[in-house]
Design a protein around this ligand. Structure first.
Ligand code: 26V
Length: 861
C-alpha cells in the first residue's frame, strides 16, 4: 500500500509570479521540464560533466555514425546522444545483472504481447539525471535538445492501456530495484499510423525502426529455436510407460533484442527482451539442397512474418492463426530463456524453480506459456505430471484487463491441432484433471457445470478458452481496479472463485510519475520540487504536501500559470497538426483514448451538438469558451468506431468555421494519437473525459495521468475513476451517470433507448440532426450510422440513458470554471491527491501480494 503522507506541510520557499509571456512558453515548458531532475546527489552513479558528455556525443557522431558536426542531421545527432546515454546505461546494466546473479535472486518475468514504450530519450536522460548536462553539451555544439529529441520515433508496440501499463511497470520495477525482466514481441511494425483524409481514418504502416533503433541491442548468443506444427508420436518404453514425442515440421529462430530500461536516479536497469522471428536457415538447408530454392524462400517469408505486425484490437476473424503463432512464439522463446538462466545456477534441479521464478501473464495473450512450461518440464526435462503441475501453478499469475466478452480470447481447437498438437494434448489433460478433480468434488455429476467451467467450449467449432486455462494454472488472478476485481470475482469467474476464494485479488493500476509528471510537465514538476522536495518522483504520496496551498491565491496563480503555459504550447501544436486556431483561455476539454462504443466518444459528441444548437438558437448567448479535443485510433475493421471519427471531424469542421458562434466553441481531432502526443496533451487539459458506461472500463490509466497534471475528471463511477474521486473528493470533480448496479438493473428490466429519444426534445433534435446533410453537405445520412446504433440497434452502452446527466455535469463544469479560485483549488487538490496512482505503489502491491520479491541495491563496484 501507498505510505501515508505526512501531515506536516513544507514551507514554500518563494512564491513568485510567473509572467505569462506567451512567446517564452513553448521553450520554457519543455526545457525546464527535466532540468530539475539533475540536482540530486543521492545516486552513486557516474555522472559526466558537460564537457565529458559533449566529447562522448562528438565521438559517437564521428566514430559510431561516421559523420561530422558540420554535416550531421538531427537524426544523426539524436543517434549520437543515444549512444552516449547507452554508455552510462550499459555500465549500470552490467552491474545490475552481476548483483542479481551473485545473489541468485528471485525475479519476476513479465510476459506481455504489448509494451507501449513511446520515446525513451528524455525519459532516460531524466532518470539518469543528466538531462541538463546533455542539453548544455548540445547547446555548446549549437544544437537544440528539443529538436533532436523530436526525431525519435515512438515505439508504438501496443494498442493502448494494457501495453502502456506494461511500460510503466517496467519503469517502476527498475526504479524499485526488483529483479525483473519484460518479455514481448519485436514487432517490425507497431500499431498503425493514423492519417485523416477527408475526415476519415486511414491506416498506414508504422515502421518505427526503419533506420534502426539505437536503444536496442541484438543478443545472438541467446537465440532460441522454436518448433511448430507436425505431429505427436506415442513411444512405448520397455517398462510400458508412454512417452510423447513431438515431431514438429518447422523450426523458427527467435532472435532477442534487448532494450535496457533505467530506473529513476539510475537505481537499477531492467531489460525488456523482445523476440524477433527469423527463418531457421540451418533447418531449411535440406529443402534448399533438394533444389527447393523457391520453397525455402517461401518458408523463410512465412517464418519472418510472425513478428512483422502488431495486431490492432479488432473483432475480425482474420489473422487468427498468425496471432496464435505470435503468442506461442514469444512465450516459448521466453520460457527457454528463463530455463536457460535458471539452469546455469541450478543444473536441471527443479526443486528451487518456483522459489526463484515468478511469471506474470499480462492478460491471456501469453496464456499458452502454461502449456509450454508443462511441455518443457514433462517432455524435455523428464519431470512427472504432478511435479510439473505443482511448479506451474506456483509460478504463474494472471492479470485480467477486460470483462468485454468479445475481448476474452478463445482459439479454435483445429488451430491448435495444426500448430501445437502436443500443447493441445496437455491442455486436454489439464482440463480432465480439473473437471474430474475440483469440479467433480464441488459439483458432483453436474454436466452443466462441467461444460461451463471446461477449458474447451463445445459447439460446432470447439474452442480453447484461454481465460479458463489462465485461472486454473495461476496462483493469483487479479483485476486492475477495485470495482473491476469485484466484477471479475463475482460475475466473470464466480464458480472459480468458489473453488479458489483466495486466488482472486485486486491490484489497482498506476502510472509512472517520472514520465507522466516529471518529464512531461516541467512547470508543475518545479512546483512540486519546491513544495514536496526533490524526492516526490519516488514517493508520489509526498505530493499531498501541496494540498494546504490549494487555498492560497498566490499559489493558485502559479499553478494555473503553469497550466496556461502548457495550454499555449498545445494550442501551437493544434495549429500545426490540425490547422485550427484555439484560445488557451478556453476550457480545454479532452478525451484521448482508443475509440470504442463503451468509451462513448459519441456521448461527448452529442453534448457538443447540444451546445452548438444552444448557441445557434440564441446568437447573443455567451458561454465560457470551450475547446473539445479528441485523439483516438479505431480498430481498422470496427466500422462504427471509424464512423464516429468521421463524425467528430465533420462536425468539428462545421463548428470551427461558423462565425455566428464567435469562436466560443471549437472541436479538434488530433490525428495519430500516441504516447508522445499524450505527453503534450495531458499537461494542458482542464477537463479529463472518462465517460465509459459504468462496469465496462476495467480501470483506465489516462484518468490518473490527467488528474496528476491538474485536470478535473468529468466521469462515471467506473474503473479507477471511483478510486480517483475517493482520493481527490467528488466535490472537486464532475461525476455523472448510472452506477454499475443501475446499469445492470436497467439492462435486466429491459432498456428502451426510444423512451429517452421521445421524452427529451433536445436529445431528439440532436440525434435527428445526424440524419441531415448539415455537417456533410450534399450527403444526407453520412452520419446516420451513429443514430441507428443508438436507436435501432438498442444503444448497448446506454448513451441515451446517461445523456441528461452528462449534460448537467457539463453545465457544472462551466459554472465552476467561471470561478477561477475554486477551479484552481480543485485542480491543485486533484494533482496533490494522486499518490496512490504511482505505478510504484502498484508494483509494491504485486510484490507483496503476488510475486514475493526482494529488492537489491546495485553494487557499482
Ligand atoms: C480488446 C478487444 C478485442 C476485441 C474487440 C474489442 C476489444 C476491446 C478492448 C480490448 C482490450 C482488452 C485489454 C485492454 O487493453 N484492457 C485495458 O487495460 C488497461 C490496463 O489495465 C485498463 O486501464 C483499461 O481499462 C482496459 O480497457
Amino acid at each position: 500500500m501507498a505510505s501515508k503522507h505526512s501531515k506536516k506541510s513544507a514551507p514554500v520557499q518563494t512564491v513568485k509570479t510567473v509572467a505569462s509571456q506567451e512567446t517564452e512558453v513553448a521553450k520554457s515548458a519543455v526545457t525546464t521540464a527535466v532540468d530539475n531532475c539533475d540536482c540530486s546527489n543521492e545516486s552513486d552513479l557516474f555522472k559526466p560533466t558537460v564537457e565529458q558528455f559533449k566529447q562522448s556525443i562528438v565521438n559517437h557522431l564521428r566514430r559510431t555514425i561516421g559523420t561530422s558536426e558540420k554535416k550531421a542531421s538531427n537524426l544523426a545527432w539524436w543517434q549520437a546522444v543515444v549512444y552516449a546515454v547507452n554508455e552510462l546505461v550499459f555500465e549500470r546494466l552490467t552491474q545490475t545483472q552481476a548483483t542479481h546473479a551473485g545473489n541468485d535472486t528471485r525475479a519476476v518475468n513479465y510476459l506481455s504481447a504489448e509494451f507501449l514504450m513511446g520515446r525513451l530519450t528524455v525519459n532516460n536522460l531524466c532518470n539518469l539525471e543528466v538531462y541538463n548536462t546533455c542539453k548544455d553539451a548540445l547547446a555548446s555544439l549549437g544544437v537544440d535538445i528539443n529538436a533532436i529529441c523530436d526525431e525519435e520515433p515512438d515505439m508504438a508496440l501496443g494498442n493502448g492501456g494494457l501495453g502502456r501499463l506494461a511500460a510503466c511497470y517496467i519503469d517502476s520495477l527498475a526504479t524499485l530495484k526488483y529483479p525483473s525482466i519484460g518479455y514481448g514481441l519485436h514487432y517490425e511494425n507497431g500499431l498503425f499510423r493514423q492519417e485523416i483524409r477527408g475526415g476519415r481514418q486511414v491506416e498506414r504502416p508504422d515502421s518505427w525502426r526503419e533506420y534502426g533503433c539505437p536503444w536496442e541491442v541484438c543478443r545472438p548468443e541467446s537465440v532460441q529455436e522454436i518448433p511448430v506444427g507436425g505431429y505427436v508420436e506415442d513411444q512405448v518404453a520397455p517398462d510400458g510407460t508412454i512417452h510423447k514425442v513431438w515431431h514438429p515440421d518447422h523450426i523458427i529462430k527467435a532472435v532477442p533484442w534487448d532494450i535496457p530500461v533505467v530506473g529513476f536516479r539510475g537505481s537499477s536497469v531492467t531489460v525488456l527482451r523482445l523476440w524477433e522471428s527469423r527463418a531457421n536457415e540451418q533447418f531449411n538447408w535440406d529443402v534448399f539442397n533438394a533444389g527447393g530454392y523457391v520453397d525455402a524462400q517461401e518458408e523463410k517469408a512465412a517464418s519472418e512474418t510472425i513478428s512483422k505486425v502488431l495486431y490492432p484490437n479488432d473483432s475480425t476473424e482474420a489473422g487468427k492463426m498468425l496471432r496464435l503463432t505470435q503468442q506461442y512464439f514469444f512465450c516459448a522463446a521466453s520460457l527457454r530463456d528463463i530455463l536457460r538462466r535458471y539452469n546455469r545456477a541450478h543444473h536441471h534441479d527443479y526443486s528451487a524453480f518456483a522459489s526463484k521464478i515468478a511469471i506474470q501473464l499480462n492478460d491471456t495473450h501469453p496464456a499458452i506459456a502454461v502449456a509450454e512450461l508443462m511441455r518443457l518440464l514433462l517432455d524435455e526435462e523428464g519431470l512427472n505430471w504432478d511435479s510439473a503441475w505443482k511448479i506451474v501453478t506456483d509460478v504463474f499469475a494472471y492479470t485480467n484487463h477486460t470483462l468485454l466478452p468479445e475481448a476474452l480470447e478463445k482459439w479454435p481447437v483445429y488451430l491448435f491441432e495444426r500448430l501445437l498438437p502436443r500443447h493441445l494434448e496437455i491442455i486436454y489433460e489439464i482440463n480432465a484433471r480439473f473437471l474430474d478433480g475440483e469440479v467433480a468434488r464441488k459439483w458432483p455429476n453436474d454436466n452443466g457445470m462441467r461444460a461451463k467451467l471446461s477449458i474447451i467450449e463445445e459447439g460446432p467449432c470447439r474452442m480453447v478458452r484461454m481465460a479458463h486455462l489462465s485461472v486454473i494454472a495461476s496462483r493469483r488472478v487479479n483485476g486492475v481496479a477495485e470495482i473491476h476485481s469485484q466484477l471479475v470475482r463475482e460475475q466473470l469467474f464466480p464458480e472459480f472463485a468458489q473453488i479458489w476464494p483466495d486466488r482472486f485479488c485486486n491490484v489497482t493500476n498506476g502510472v509512472t510519475p517520472r514520465r507522466w509528471l516529471l518529464a512531461c510537465n516541467p512547470g508543475l514538476a518545479e512546483l512540486y520540487n519546491e513544495v514536496s522536495g526533490k524526492d516526490w518522483p519516488l514517493h508520489l504520496d509526498s505530493c499531498a504536501k501541496m494540498r494546504p496551498f490549494a487555498d492560497k491565491p498566490d499559489f493558485q496563480k502559479r499553478f494555473m500559470d503553469v497550466k496556461y503555459k502548457n495550454k499555449v504550447a498545445l494550442a501551437a501544436e493544434i495549429k500545426k497538426l490540425c490547422g485550427v486556431e484555439v484560445d488557451p483561455h478556453a476550457i480545454f476539454d479532452v478525451q484521448v483514448k482508443r475509440l470504442h462504443e463503451y468509451k462513448r466518444q459519441h456521448l461527448n459528441l452529442l453534448y457538443i451538438l447540444h451546445l452548438y444548437r444552444e448557441l445557434l438558437s440564441d446568437p447573443t448567448k455567451t458561454i465560457v469558451p470551450q475547446v473539445f479535443i479528441f485523439g483516438a485510433k479505431a480498430a481498422p475493421a470496427y466500422t462504427l468506431a471509424k464512423d464516429i471519427i468521421y463524425a467528430i471531424n465533420k462536425i468539428g469542421e462545421r463548428i470551427n468555421n461558423d462565425h455566428r458562434i464567435r469562436n466560443q466553441l471549437k472541436v479538434v481531432f488530433i490525428p495519430n494519437y500516441r504516447v508522445s502526443l499524450a505527453e503534450k496533451i495531458i499537461p494542458a487539459a482542464d477537463v479529463s473525459e472518462q465517460i465509459s458506461t459504468a462496469g465496462y472500463e476495467a480501470s483506465g490509466t489516462s484518468n490518473m495521468k490527467f488528474a496528476m497534471n491538474g485536470a478535473l475528471t468529468l466521469g462515471t463511477m467506473d474503473g479507477a475513476n471511483i478510486e480517483i474521486v475517493a482520493e481527490a473528493g467528488e466535490e472537486n470533480n464532475f461525476i455523472f451517470g448510472l452506477s454499475v448496479q443501475e446499469v445492470q438493473d436497467l439492462k435486466a428490466k429491459g432498456y428502451n433507448p426510444w423512451d429517452f429519444y421521445n421524452s427529451d426534445a433536445d436529445l431528439k433534435a440532436v440525434l435527428d440532426w445526424l440524419d441531415t446533410d448539415y455537417f456533410t453537405p450534399g450527403q444526407p445520412g453520412a452520419l446516420s450510422s451513429i443514430k441507428r446504433s443508438l436507436l435501432d440497434h438498442g444503444d448497448p452502452f446506454l448513451v441515451l440513458a446517461d445523456f441528461a446527466s452528462y449534460r448537467d455535469a457539463h453545465k457544472r463544469v462551466e459554472e465552476l470554471y467561471k470561478d477561477k479560485e475554486r477551479w484552481a483549488r480543485a485542480a491543485i487538490i486533484n494533482s496533490a491527491s494522486m499518490g496512490k496512482f504511482s505505478s510504484d505503489r502498484s508494483i509494491e502491491d504485486y510484490v507483496h501480494n503476488i510475486w514475493s520479491l526482494k529488492s537489491y541495491d546495485v553494487n557499482n563496484k
